[in-house]
Design a protein around this ligand. Structure first.
Ligand code: NDP
Length: 392
């Protein structure tokens, strides 16, 4: 029986609140706080159990600490934006409360994400005897757990991992992003990167493309991007020689993105507009559809998983895939969200359940693959994200 404080009332926050509310035996009290109180209240009004709400600017560590003192949670679930990771971690340290997020910190003025800023909190969390669980979404998150599960049950050594992410859904808008537009466009327009034979190889954005056959979706064009779980998996998966991340994009999406880039709308440096400094990408975010609003008429599926190759438990070469397929319309029926918010929010709830039930419990800052994958994999099957495995 525990109280949680969820920060961020966007597409993902909506799912986390509704999934936690389904498990009152673990999440006995839920607080939802965000920059706009009205968004918290709207989500709370759609849940059958009482949800407390609060307004917070999570860029201000002192304000977050005050809110933690008022609400007295055992865990803070951060599903605001990556910019807020460090102020919220600071507030957790100050108040001695554990922390969970779904995306690693990135500085506002540089489109670059790395774990170094959050890993630097390890000793301080350890001394305070609290835990931080980083990246408990789908990718990062479930993909890390899939690798840990394969390492535990199927392989002596995993030599290569390809994380493959396909959204084969249709939302009916000419151009929209499935999670926060600012964070999404920063991720896609930066240089790609993969790890091979002990080093990182950088490539021009979207310059490597392959057709990948996705389970229950079929062949799709996927582009090599850099994704944050590669950084921790390289450290934690034994014998790894190569890791890459692939994501599908439709031609219409890429055409829109190219035009927006060419006219300067994806820039993150401020420009002077009629006497005011504005960041073009932040302005673009304001005119694009809210990711939380896309669910209404969304059809189709996401298909995301890990293809792994190496030496199996029997000493023979082995190649296999572990994956989940999620249906946008079914997610909407259950929690009024599209599948990208759903596949992120459900693992955030499960990560929180792992921590609050003591199944995953250590002092310090950790990534998902550093814990026993079995109880997490079991909850995925029981809470909306069943997974399958197959030879590849
Ligand atoms: P949204 O933009 O829909 O929601 C973000 C929410 O954070 C908004 O409600 C916003 O409030 C709130 N917020 C922003 N700044 C602040 C602040 N300073 N203080 C308090 N609240 C703030 O994004 P998503 O829900 O789509 O994404 C949420 C997170 O999940 C992101 O970090 C994203 O990177 C991550 N993610 C992770 C994935 C994974 O698989 N690991 C996949 C998809 C997303 P308001 O609306 O009031 O401005």
């Amino acid at each position: 029986m525990s109280c949680v404080l969820i920060i961020g009332a966007g597409g993902v926050g909506n799912v986390v609140v509704k999934k936690c509310a389904q498990l009152p035996e673990i999440f006995s009290k839920i607080w939802l706080a965000s920059r706009s109180l009205s968004k918290c209240e709207k989500i709370a009004s759609e849940v059958k159990v009482p949800i407390e709400t609060a307004q917070i600017d999570a860029d201000q560590a002192g304000d977050v600490a005050a809110l933690i003192r008022k609400t007295r949670p055992e865990l803070v679930i951060n599903v605001a934006l990556p910019y807020q990771d460090l102020p919220i971690m600071d507030a957790c340290l100050e108040t001695g409360v554990s922390y969970l997020d779904t995306a690693n910190y990135e500085p506002r003025n540089e489109a670059k994400f790395e774990y170094k800023w959050q890993w630097a909190y390890h000793e301080r969390f350890e001394r305070k005897e609290i835990m931080a669980l980083l990246g408990s979404g789908f990718d990062p998150g479930v993909t890390n757990v899939f690798c840990a599960y394969a390492q535990k049950h199927h392989f002596q050594e995993i030599h290569s991992v390809d994380i493959v992410d396909c959204n084969a859904g249709e939302h009916g808008h000419p151009f929209a992003t499935n999670f926060n537009p600012e964070i999404n466009i920063r991720e896609i327009t930066q240089k790609g990167k993969y790890w091979e034979n002990g080093q990182w190889i950088e490539i021009e954005p979207m310059s490597i493309c392959e057709t990948i056959d996705f389970p229950e979706v079929g062949p799709r064009k996927a582009y090599l991007l850099y994704h944050e779980e590669e950084e921790s998996l390289v450290k934690n998966i034994k014998g790894l020689k190569r890791i890459r991340f692939w994501m599908t994009f439709g031609d219409a999406y890429l055409n829109h993105l190219r035009v927006l880039q060419n006219v300067g709308m994806t820039r993150i440096e401020p420009v002077l507009h009629e006497g005011h400094w504005i960041v073009p990408l932040q302005f673009l975010r304001s005119v694009l559809p809210d990711p939380g609003s896309l669910g209404t008429n969304y059809t189709g599926k996401t298909s995301i998983g890990c293809i792994m190759e190496g030496i199996g438990k029997d000493g023979k070469r082995k190649k296999m895939m572990i994956y989940n397929v999620c249906d946008h319309a079914e997610c909407y029926r259950e929690v009024q969200a599209q599948a990208v918010s759903y596949t992120t929010g459900v693992p955030a709830m499960i990560g929180a359940a792992m921590m609050l039930t003591g199944k995953w419990k250590k002092a310090g800052v950790f990534n998902m693959e550093q814990f026993d994958p079995d109880p997490f994999m079991d909850m995925l099957n029981r809470h909306g994200l069943p997974w399958k495995e197959m030879p590849r």
